[in-house]
Design a protein around this ligand. Structure first.
Ligand SMILES: Cc1ncc(COP(=O)(O)O)c(C=O)c1O
Ligand SMILES: N[C@@H](CCCC[NH3+])C(=O)O
Length: 419
């Protein structure tokens, strides 16, 4: 059940009325639900059950320390893509031996730190990277656990910017080259090959492309076994989508994991998954206030105090997210339903949160952009010298400020050269 529901005509986050949160913390504001976060993680964990493996939450989706701490406490592992994300996970109480390290450009110092703390494995994406990891491990007199990220050349059927499993994408090693890659890795003294990894894209609403990728991955696993290279785990990445629009249905997490377990069990393979959006996406909203209404001949614009720097998905991918009034107007004061483009104050035509939405609006109205828990705050910037929004997490009727609003002093603090 959604943690964001109307009660007595007011949008609530769990037991907290959103207007109360706004009075306390201002706008624009990210609001997360602890209950929604834990419930969604628990679905993955329960579906895995006592099957050997890890649910490694993809930190990039929402890396707030409190979000990570809640998931660490629930028992999550983590998928990281930088040294910065590694430190976040460790600070939040995540266990190093449940971390997988993905990404095409891992740096020497990031590799060294990950080796020193003892992560579960590196998801390697190229030969030069494999050699770098071997060299760093050799310097530290350690052995690096490694999984190869294969690119199965499968169309994930998602937005081209978030599709990662095609030959044209920069990710992974083409699956036809994987046999040779493993043979070479097996010869390196400081590399221990433990698995195979595949992540074909994000916001998938159909699991057929994942099943197709799994076929190729398992054929590779079987070929390697014949050559005496026995892998211990298969990591199918993340990618399960959520319902941003009514016509989109989120894939069935339990059904998907059951399917994976069935395919892996006969080969004695453990299962690793790296879900991001499907854990945190529904657990957050972005709240913004209408600053002014600008009605025109062709278009009506509602200028709000949130912008593309706060929530980039609409500008970057043309993404469509639900926009709901925090306190919907009711008869007899419902006013006139008009179509609005919800735009921010930034000097870019692409600065919109939504287009052509039928709403009854007045200045100072609060709007909630739903499904903003994933790839929301993490993609925020300071463009137009806009301090980034505050983030709060509700837990029943309690609310915790989990990142304070930035100030102008925060923004200017790192700049030098005036005197
Ligand atoms: C390697 C890797 N793993 C996991 C994820 C998480 O994906 P999602 O948020 O779609 O579950 C991503 C992002 O797409 C990724 O690049
Ligand atoms: N940022 C993207 C997802 C990218 C996934 C990263 N591999 C989105 O908002 O949809």
């Amino acid at each position: 059940m959604s943690a964001f529901v109307y009660r007595h005509g007011v949008l609530h986050a769990e037991a907290c009325a959103v207007p109360d949160l706004v009075r306390q913390f201002g706008t624009p504001l990210y609001v997360y639900s602890k209950q929604a976060l834990v419930e969604q993680y628990q679905r993955y964990q329960d579906a895995l059950g006592d099957y050997d493996g890890h649910i490694c939450y993809a930190v990039k989706a929402n890396s707030n320390l409190r979000v990570l701490a809640v998931l660490a406490e629930a028992g999550a592992g983590f998928d990281i893509v930088s040294g910065g994300e590694l430190e976040r996970v460790l600070r939040a109480g995540g266990k190093a031996d449940r971390i997988v390290f993905s990404g095409v450009g891992k740096q020497k110092d990031e590799i060294a730190r990950a080796l020193a703390v003892g992560i579960h494995c590196f998801n390697v994406e190229s030969y030069p990277e494999l050699e770098l990891i071997n060299a760093v491990a050799s310097e530290l007199r350690l052995v690096a656990p490694v999984s190869l990220r294969v690119n199965p050349n499968v169309d994930a059927g998602t937005h081209p910017y978030i599709s990662t499993g095609l030959k044209a994408n920069k990710f992974g090693v083409p699956i036809e080259q994987a046999d040779a890659f493993y043979a070479r890795a097996a010869d390196l003294a400081h590399i221990n090959v433990v698995g195979v990894d595949c992540h074909i894209g994000s916001q998938l609403t159909d699991i057929a492309p994942l099943a197709e990728s799994l076929d190729s991955v398992l054929a590779l696993v079987d070929r390697l076994a014949e050559q005496g290279i026995q892998l211990r785990h298969v990591d199918m990445g993340g990618g399960l989508g959520i319902s941003y629009q009514d016509h989109e249905t989120a894939p069935d997490i339990e059904g998907y994991i059951d399917f994976l377990k069935q395919r892996l069990a006969s080969r004695g393979l453990a299962l690793v998954l790296e879900p991001g959006r499907s854990i945190v996406g529904d657990a957050g909203i972005f709240v913004t206030e209408v600053a002014l209404l600008k009605e025109g001949e062709e278009k009506n614009f509602a200028v709000v105090d949130g912008a593309m720097n706060d929530l980039l998905r609409p500008a970057l991918y043309g993404a469509w997210q639900r926009v709901q009034p925090v306190v919907p107007r009711t008869e007899p004061d419902a006013g006139e339903l008009k179509h609005w483009d919800i735009v921010g104050p930034i000097c870019e035509t692409g600065d919109f949160l939504a287009k052509d939405r039928a709403l009854n609006l007045q200045p100072k109205d609060l709007l909630a952009v739903m499904q903003s828990g994933a790839y929301g705050f993490v993609m925020a910037s300071n463009y137009n010298t806009r301090p980034r929004a505050a983030e709060v997490m509700v837990d029943g009727d309690k609310v915790h400020l989990v990142r304070r609003r930035e100030t102008l002093d925060d923004l200017l603090a790192l700049e030098e050269g005036l005197h």
